[in-house]
Ligand binder design. Structure first.
Ligand SMILES: [Fe+2]
Length: 279
């Protein structure tokens, strides 16, 4: 048997409302998170950590964060959250008081050591704005943090994607200073993955030679309107989360990102019968 990877779960864009309130009058984001937490808990082998990559709340209000706390209580894994454009830093600090943020005020950046891996959580939120920026203090912290232990593989997480997706109304509110992120990560080969959220649908590209992903949401998806036919819209598509599986090996090892659908599906069924022949 091959060696088992270290698995990090990523869930994103929860948009939790006050109990009984639907997002956009239509989406029960609380129920969606319940199903997502159950799916993460059931995954075998158990991931070692869960990163929540932004938009934990929706409006946001203290009520929404309280509801979020209730919904996350059954999660069996340790977790950490990064603010998105629907979050408020101070409400998040109050709701998740045990988080070890790098700064006592401002951006909620964190470095989390999980065995041989560093998880680097970057706060790209800009208070009151939909777009993202990594502020000067965060960029400096990232540079120092990546330089501090050059032999450990690092996975970077942030809410706003640092690349164009082709969805016009999201691309005008992505990470506006992606060039500054690029100039840092290219100096640090231990950065092995950049994992974002914000667009509520799975995507994969290369950013400065590093794999870069967007995590799907447990609720609604941003409409994949690459023809720019419609006003900003969402669709209810199959919900999912990401599982980043890190395999130790030469250099910094390797990372594979799996998309894990949330729900109950037919199977698994064996390929082979008791005689070893294909069924
Ligand atoms: Fe967002």
């Amino acid at each position: 048997m091959s060696s088992r990877p270290v698995c990090i779960a990523q869930i994103s864009d929860l948009h939790i409302k006050s109990p009984g309130t639907l997002a956009y009058g239509r989406v029960n984001t609380g129920k969606a998170l319940e199903r997502c937490v159950a799916a993460v808990n059931e995954f075998n082998p158990a991931p070692v950590f869960t990163v929540i990559s932004g938009d934990l709340a929706d409006t946001p209000t203290a009520d929404e964060y309280q509801h979020l706390e209730q919904l996350l209580a059954p999660l069996k894994l340790p977790f950490a959250g990064i603010p998105g454009n629907h979050d408020a830093r101070e409400l998040m600090r109050a709701a998740l008081p045990s988080a070890a943020y790098a700064f006592t005020a401002g951006a909620l950046n964190q470095k989390i050591e999980v065995g041989e891996l560093d998880l680097i959580l970057l706060d790209s939120s800009v208070p009151g704005k939909p777009h993202g920026t990594l502020d000067a203090a965060t960029l400096q912290w990232l540079e120092q943090t990546l330089a501090s232990s050059a032999d450990r593989p690092a996975l970077l997480f942030l809410h706003h994607p640092p690349f164009k997706t082709g969805i016009w109304h999201m691309d005008r509110q992505n990470l506006l200073n992606a060039d500054q992120l690029a100039s840092i990560v290219k100096r640090h080969p231990r950065a092995r993955l950049i994992a974002a959220g914000h667009v509520h649908r799975a995507m994969l590209t290369i950013f400065e030679g590093i794999p870069a992903t967007i995590c799907p949401a447990p609720n609604h998806a941003v409409d994949l309107d690459l023809a720019e036919l419609r006003e900003p819209s969402f669709k209810i598509e199959p919900p999912a989360f990401h599982l980043h599986a890190w395999f130790p090996g030469e250099g910094f090892g390797s990372v594979v990102t799996h998309q894990v659908p949330i729900g109950t599906f037919d199977g698994p069924h064996p390929f082979f019968g008791p005689d070893g022949k294909l069924l």
